[in-house]
Design a protein around this ligand. Structure first.
Ligand code: 2NL
Length: 360
């Protein structure tokens, strides 16, 4: 390669070596190969040469151009790698760093509402007993909410003052806001082959509003269906649950005969407490906490299960009620008021989720 081209190449390579970022490298490229670049000027100048001279000079200039393009590409790849290394070093995160202590219930930090917390606890405790969680719609049909559950036409629960009805549809059907979570168990029996072991936590609705009732509240129901599920299973399951949930290993539990249209026999379940102090677990008084029973044969048949083959138990309780009892919360209304003072007192940190280690 002629001396002048060699010198030009040396200059351009030096400029490349001095370019320490992609922008500087691009300036070098433009100065050499751009519209008015030095190598471009040489190519343009070839036309003025005599034909034999042009061939030799042309080959040399094109070789110079190709060499510079290769060198530019090599330098570009290298600078990109440097840039990535620098970014990786600068943006490195130590994921093992423990979180900074923070005001756990401050307005700037979210917290877990006591209803959500109780649902997490229910899911963990029943989950350990092999239950899965089922969900369903808030807006139900009359059949799923009442008829399938053996609730007769004249039952007070059907009347307008208890149930929120939506405007009638074509055909006269009036959708309802579910008054309990039982329609989800009905749907589970209709869609799943037994054995069945589910809990259904969720929102429920009743036209009732005072110091101890809200038109929207929460329930959890449970359903266990098998070939040989007995009242013994019902009692063992609920006694274990109540002792674990309230954290009292010897919590007294009493089963009291009762009536529900969807279970037979039916039992209300009471726990021991002191009416005087409000303390749970001792004191000689009884507090009703949930309802339960063996699933009524008519309910099984309504869901396509042969009651001569399948049987099981069900239970239901109010989530607000068991939350108030567990934490000594005196009033139902603040549950739905988003009052930060109340939440700072009763909500829990998202950084301490419930685990079975919290249960006795
Ligand atoms: C209560 C009583 C109860 C049930 C709910 C149920 C559901 C189906 C079949 C049979 Cl699909 N039973 N649920 C059974 C007994 C009691 O709840 O006091 N709840 C707050």
């Amino acid at each position: 390669m002629p001396d002048d081209l060699d010198m030009l190449r040396a200059d351009i390579e030096a400029a490349m070596a001095g370019a320490d970022d992609l922008r500087a490298l691009d300036a070098v490229r433009v100065a050499a190969l751009g519209k008015s670049g030095q190598v471009t000027a040489l190519l343009k100048g070839l036309g003025a040469l005599a034909p034999e001279e042009r061939r030799a000079r042309g080959a040399a200039v094109n070789e110079l151009k190709a060499g510079i393009e290769r060198a530019l590409e090599n330098r570009r790849v290298m600078l990109e790698a440097f840039a990535l290394d620098a970014r990786l070093a600068a943006e490195r995160l130590d994921v093992s760093l423990p979180p900074r202590p923070f005001a756990p219930m401050g307005p700037e930090a979210g917290s877990i509402h006591p209803i959500s917390r109780t649902m997490e606890e229910l899911i963990a405790l029943f989950g350990a007993m092999g239950f899965t969680v089922a969900e369903g719609p808030d807006i139900e049909g009359d059949w799923h909410n009442f008829t399938a559950l053996n609730i007769p036409e004249h039952h007070p629960a059907r009347q307008d003052h208890d149930t929120f009805y939506l405007p009638a549809q074509e055909g006269g059907r009036r959708p309802v806001l579910r008054t309990h979570t039982s329609p989800v168990q009905i749907r589970t029996m209709l869609s799943q082959e037994p054995p069945i072991r589910v809990i259904v936590p969720g929102r429920t609705w009743r036209a009732d509003h005072d110091a101890t009732h809200s038109p929207m509240f929460h329930q959890v129901e449970g359903l266990v269906i098998g070939r040989d599920i007995t009242m013994g299973h019902l009692k063992g399951c609920l006694i274990d649950f109540l002792r674990a949930f309230f954290g009292i290993a010897d919590l007294p539990v009493r089963f009291r005969s009762s009536y529900f249209p969807f279970t037979e026999p039916s039992m209300e379940v009471d726990i021991g407490w002191s009416r005087k102090t409000g303390d749970l677990g001792a004191g000689g008084d009884w507090l009703e906490i949930l309802g339960s029973g063996m699933v009524h044969p008519k309910v099984l048949a309504n869901c396509g299960l042969d009651p001569r083959v399948w049987q099981g138990f069900a239970f239901g309780m109010g989530i607000e009620r068991i939350t108030m009892l567990k934490h000594g919360i005196p009033d139902l209304r603040p549950f739905y008021e988003a009052d930060l003072r109340w939440l700072r007192h009763y909500a829990t940190s998202p950084l301490s989720p419930f685990t079975l280690h919290d249960a006795p």
